[in-house]
Design a protein around this ligand. Structure first.
Ligand code: T3D
Length: 263
């Protein structure tokens, strides 16, 4: 495990875990944190031994979005805000949304601004019951970024997404679960074990099939029915020729549990 602050990166049994390591500032994102997270996500996406990625925070925050101390310094220097969106936030969220393996946001604590956006881009969102959420952007006079205008309406519906983005305020993990933003909420004392269990299950899964399902859902979000059916057929053809499919069908016939290798 490398612990190059401000993001630690470890790989264990096919699970890559990226942990934001700035608990004193609710894991808000400095330039160094953004570069480390962007590069760590690229590395996890490209590493074939990684079959599931977990993104989480240390301390009582998941991620409070942009570090506002640095933002203030950037404002004072006249640096354009859009630069970090293009250079850091967009590549990060694109990695999460497109990497050919499942990503879990393990929301240990408060998720705000781009921190909430990163969580919203993950495939599964498991939150500790004590976690809190806020879109935050408009509260500091900013538009929104890191794909939250794309993900949030799809997760909670356009009516609630508009309300949460236009009137930022804290909401609880139980509310987030009820609205469809979260996959599950776990009591704090069982949170780490539950995340580890789900991550291990996914890392031992048929990675090619999981990646194909992830891609098919993203494809259907921006294509019509006929194109989506074509896309599904292509993915069925791909996974139908896979090692894991053959093994799983044989295991079914043998009344055994299949062991997937991810291809
Ligand atoms: O150019 C660009 O960068 C554009 C990109 C923008 C992307 C964005 O993400 S914009 C949104 C930025 N984030 C925010 O506006 C959230 C600001 N933080 C908060 O609203 C609250 O701190 C929280 C809701 C996250 C947590 O509230 P609470 O009461 O649990 O904790 P706290 O006391 O406010 O925060 C604890 C410490 O973390 C505190 O430091 P201190 O006083 O103990 O020394 C606080 O200042 C620090 N902290 C929290 N969020 C940030 C932060 N420090 C820097 N940047 C933060 N975003």
């Amino acid at each position: 495990m490398s612990t190059s602050q401000p993001v630690s990166f470890s790989i264990d049994s096919g699970v890559a875990t990226l942990t934001l390591q700035r608990p004193e500032a609710m894991n808000s994102l400095t330039l160094a944190a953004k570069v480390a997270l962007r590069d760590g996500l690229h590395e996890a996406a490209a590493d074939a031994s990684v079959r599931c990625v977990v993104l989480t925070g240390s301390g009582r925050g998941f991620c409070a979005g942009q570090d506002l101390t640095e933002l203030q310094a950037d404002l004072a220097s006249g640096a354009p805000l859009s630069q970090t969106v293009t250079d850091h936030y967009n590549p990060m969220v694109t990695s999460i949304l497109t990497m050919p393996k499942p990503v879990i946001a393990a929301i240990n604590g408060t998720a705000a601004g781009a921190g909430l956006s990163l969580a919203a881009a993950a495939d599964l969102r498991i939150a500790a019951r004590s976690a809190k959420f806020t879109t935050a952007f408009a509260a500091i006079g900013l538009s929104c970024d890191t794909a939250i205008s794309w993900t949030l309406p799809r997760l909670v519906g356009p009516t609630r997404a508009a309300d949460l983005l236009l009137r930022p305020r804290p909401f609880s993990s139980d509310e987030a679960l009820e609205w469809g933003l979260l996959t599950e909420v776990v009591d704090d004392d069982g949170f780490a074990d539950r995340v580890a269990l789900v991550a291990a299950e996914l890392a031992a899964g048929p990675t090619l099939a999981l990646a194909s399902i992830k891609r098919a859902m993203a494809f259907s979000a921006s294509h019509d029915l006929a194109s989506s059916l074509d896309h599904e057929a292509q993915k069925m053809s791909l996974t139908g020729a896979s090692h894991d499919h053959r093994v799983a069908v044989q295991a079914f016939k043998d009344k055994q549990k299949a062991t997937f290798v991810g291809r």
